[in-house]
Design a protein around this ligand. Sequence first.
Ligand code: GDP
Ligand code: MG
Length: 457
Amino acid sequence: AKEGEENLRSPICCIMGHVDTGKTKLLDCIRGTNVQEGEAGGITQQIGATYFPAENIRERTKELNANAKLKVPGLLVIDTPGHESFTNLRSMGSNLCDLAILVVDIMHDLKPQTIESLNLLRRRNVKFIVALNKVDLLYGWKRITNAPIMKTMMQQTSDVVHEFKMRLNRVINQFQEQGLNSKLYSENIEMGETINIVPTSAISGEEIPDLLLLLVQWSQKTMVEKLTYVDKVQCTVLEVKVIEGQGITVDVVLVNGVLHEGDLIVVCGSQGPIVTTIRSLLTPHPMKEMRVKGTYLPQREVKGAQGIKIAAQGLEHAIAGTALRVIGPNEDLEEAKKKAMEDIKSVMNRIDKIDKGVHVQASTRGSLEALLEHLKSPGVNIPVIGTGIGPVHKKDIMKVGVMLERKKELATILAFDVKVTAEVGKLADKMGVKIFCADTIYDLSKHFKSYIVAIKE
Ligand code: GDP
Ligand code: MG
């Protein structure tokens, strides 16, 4: 297409890196929100999505006087958890995205999950920018809110500049050890194979507008083919969760195409293909995180790329990471069902067949998978016999009650980030079923372990 004729969709950018490097905080800084402080234990345990419309990007970067020509309608950013057990969600993020930000803490070496993320991206040939975050923690750093680093750097003492260079070079060397060339982005004129490093602070906002602009300009310059909008629906299920008043919903990322209210869809489910119609299409407000409970905007139709919450019948067993397909009037439903189930092979086989174990209940499919991964890990090793999504119901208690005769201490429900009503709690007490609730997966296994120790004493 000639200049001006391009029909680009919003690039999907995944934010990855080790826990605590500042991924969520960086997004908060761009959004002007405070998601990070609202997280249980300050950690991200779900995958999320935020849409940044072009006009917000223009506003956020206007001080750069770049006269930014934005050809893309916006930017869809996917936030991922950094903890070890959440490889499933990181892997899904890297599978979906067009480009990525790899966040590294300037005060620390490259950490295991940063290297893991890097390899996920490399395997999928996804180009990324490194945000070298927390520059404000350098001893003696003078902060200038939202300023470009080059400007801030001129205000610093030679000691601070020296320390910055030393730490930058250490990170460059560590990337080199991973077989990657990287450079400070202001010195990286060619921007070819050499990875850009952008120093940032999510607290003072230094270099954040620059990072945003770089992402957008870089993607629309080098990824035109990948970002050219196509009509065929390309859509992936991110999460499965219960929303009050909506029942079971799925969060999806629609990459290409249009979804409509009333569309007939097929989704891969753990009990077989799910065929259903879209009851409602909801989008989060622009600049708001989709995974944070709040108000959603009902839509008649939504065009990719966008993060969408879909309510429909029968979604309970939908599997995150698989494709959502739309069946048009001339399309073969049986064929689509068959295709949908091809996705399952790689995702299933996570629960081993055993006859003794605890029941695990979680708020979303993705966090359930991460929790199972964590419970399986050496040192934790808690057997799981059953799982569920959403609030704990009476029927769950009855089911778990069966375990009382097999192994009493395993007649337990580990409930992650879900509600247990007083009524359900009472029934559990009466039957002798234990329920542990926690809002981080690590606390949950800890509570259970202490309980086992207490019983044995
Ligand atoms: P994530 O695990 O990568 O999502 O990291 P978070 O966004 O949860 O941040 C981890 C911690 O580091 C929080 O206490 C943040 O307030 C803090 N933090 C994040 N970015 C910065 C930064 O640029 N400067 C400083 N001083 N602290 C930061
Ligand atoms: Mg986070």
